[in-house]
Structures are given as structure tokens and as C-alpha cells.
Write a protein that binds this ligand. Sequence first.
Ligand code: GLA
Length: 413
Amino acid sequence: MLFVLVLLFFANGTALALDNGRGHTPAMGWNAWNTFGCSVSEKLIKDIARTMVSSGLRDAGYKYLVLDDCWMGGRDEHGNLIANRTRFPSGMKALGAFIHSKGLLFGIYESPNTVTCAVIWSGYPAKLGTGSADHNQQDAKTFASWGVDYLKYDHCRGDYDSFARMRDALRAAGRPILYSINPEFGQVARSRELPFLANSARVGDDIFPKWQAVTRLIDEGSAYAMLSKPGYFNDLDMLEVGNGMSQAEDRAHFAMWAVLASPLLAGNDIRSMSPQTKAILENRELIAVDQDPLGVQATLADEPSSTTQIWSRPLAGKRTYAIVLLNRGDRAVTIDVPWNWHVGFQGPARVRDLWTHKDLGVFDTGYSAVVQPHDAAAIKVTVVTGRRAHAAATAPHRLVRAPKTLHPAVPPA
Ligand code: GLA
């Protein structure tokens, strides 16, 4: 009997990660903060909602429209959260209904402290930017009544256990709300608890649109790869695609976020994005890697040189892998990927280019690509079995070195 109970406990998933009906794959959507900071308004959010539909982003999978900090206007006489009336004259319930009418989901921001992070860091008035401290249950009910589908709960300073309190308050409020937390800036204490606390947790310090921030977050995020699973994903922070980095850097950023199974929250002004930015954000094959139902985060398979890395993750489906060849350096280089246990399999294997969307053929012993500076090649590989595999088994295989340790994080300039 005990054996059956233990089996049921593990089989329904509750033992492995928070099960609140949301976040079985990494969240996808748009967040206001990276481009607009505190300059948010009802008009902006409605424009963005319309553009998420007209640009094709919604249909590519970007469903959550997340209003970040600075939407609040304090509390009413009953202690209920209210929106900033000047910026959001129709209120949050009406905004939620508008977002839903576009086939999108509504995300909102709060903090477990007495004030939000924008009060602490960005000068938002303290009497407006009220946090959820001592109001967890009341605020969770308010969010549910507004039709909120996603909560970003952002620490800055305060009490780590407050994340569990809001998780329980959301559950009690009775609406499935994806719970995305930011436990601490770059110092994730008690990391093994994260999958039980939330659907995603920020595991690095804030992103900004520079290559050193992208590589720093790859290093920070990769330390927690073993936690990733359906229901919980490591959040490498919102995307900076289209926010001023080179196209190569945007490509590498996006491919890495996808292979590392991070939430994909666009952070650019999508109303004026270039066709190149749109093509990166709407790369359906890389989105499929990010959203793969196995939910496994890529790990570093090898570092062929001090500036090149090979990241590999298994995908659902027989003997299928996604591999990203990352060039962190300043010169174009050829990156060789021999098929071996470092990348997870032996060849021969069929290769598909996830940027050009072309099948490249069957490669017996490995794959090799010239990768531009600050760029990444991305491939999907399916191991070939049967007669072809037997023929290739006699071909000479190259040896590779054992993986080295990760680069130290590069500090911002
Ligand atoms: C913190 C978070 C950011 C953003 C701001 C808002 O810095 O890490 O993503 O939410 O707060 O104040």
C-alpha cells in the first residue's frame, strides 16, 4: 500500500515541481520593463496587445502580456490595491478584459516588500508603489478578480519565505496564475526549493542590452540546469532582442535562451521592430526547442576553445537533440562538434539548421560550422539508426577533449 502511495505521489508530478496548472513549458510573452521602465500606461499596453496579434507574435506562442513595475496607485480605504488612475483610468479589471479579448493572457508585477523595486531603485513614489507585504491573501484575491494569469513577484530586498506565502495565497485565490519570482539579485539561496516555490525563478542579475550581460546570464543560468523541468524553469531574464545589440548578438541571445529553456519574454518596442528582429523572435523552430515538452535545459557539452562553447539538450522524440554552437569571441571561428557522449549521442545523425530552416543531410562523425563573432549556429540533430548507422560505425571518429569549466562571469563595463 505504501509503495502504491509513493508511486502515485511521484506519478502526478506534485513531488517534482509546483503544480498549479500553468508553466508546463517556459512562459512566452512580452514585458514592458526593458524598453519602457516606469513609463507605462493603459494606452501603451493596449497598443502592445494589438501589435502582439498583428505582428504574429501571439500566434508564434507569445501569450502573456506582462505589465511590470509602476502600475500601482497605492491602496484604497479597505487596503485593496488600486491602479495609478492617471496612467490606467479604466482600471486593471478592464485592462485584463481587453487583453483577454485579444486572445492574450494578463501578467502583472508585485513585490513581497512594503514597496516595489522601482521605489527602491528608480524613484517611483513610495505612496504609490506599494508592495504586498502583509497583504498576500488580499492581493492574490485582487489579482484573481482582475483576471490576472501571471504574477511577477520581485524581491529586491526582504524576506525569502514571503515567496511561499504568496504561492499559497495564489493557490487559495482559486485562479491558475503562473508564478514567476525573482528571489534575489544573482544570489539564489536555497535553490533546490525553487521548483516547489514557483513556475520560474530569475537566477541572475538584471539583463541589459549588451553582449557581456548576455554571456553573464548564460553562465549564471547554467549553474541551475538540473532544476529545469515541466512546471519549473530557470528564468534568464527578459529578452533584449531588438534593443540595440548587433543582429548576430540578438541571434545568439535568442538561441541560447531557447536551448537553455528560459522563459521568452520579448522586451522590445514591438510596434516598431525591424523585419530582422521579428524573424528572430518568431523563429518557430527555436521556439519549439524552448517549448519542448521534456523541459530539459541544455548543458555545456564542450568548450573547444576559450571563446567557443557547445550547448546540447535532448528533445522529446526519439534520439533528437538541439545543439547551439556559441562564439563568445571577437573573431569568426570554425566550431567542430564531434558526435560523442559529450553532446549526448554517437552518429551518424541527420542535421537541420534552425536558422535557415534547411535539412543539411546526414553527418557520420560530427558537424562543423563557421560561426561569426558573438553569434551562434543552432541545429537539431536526429540520430540515424539501421543500415546507414552500421556503415558509418567503421568510419574513423575524432577524439575530443574533456569539457573544461565555465568562464567566469564578465563584469559589466
Ligand atoms: C527589478 C527586476 C526588473 C524589473 C524592476 C522593476 O530590477 O529585476 O526585472 O522588474 O525590478 O522595478
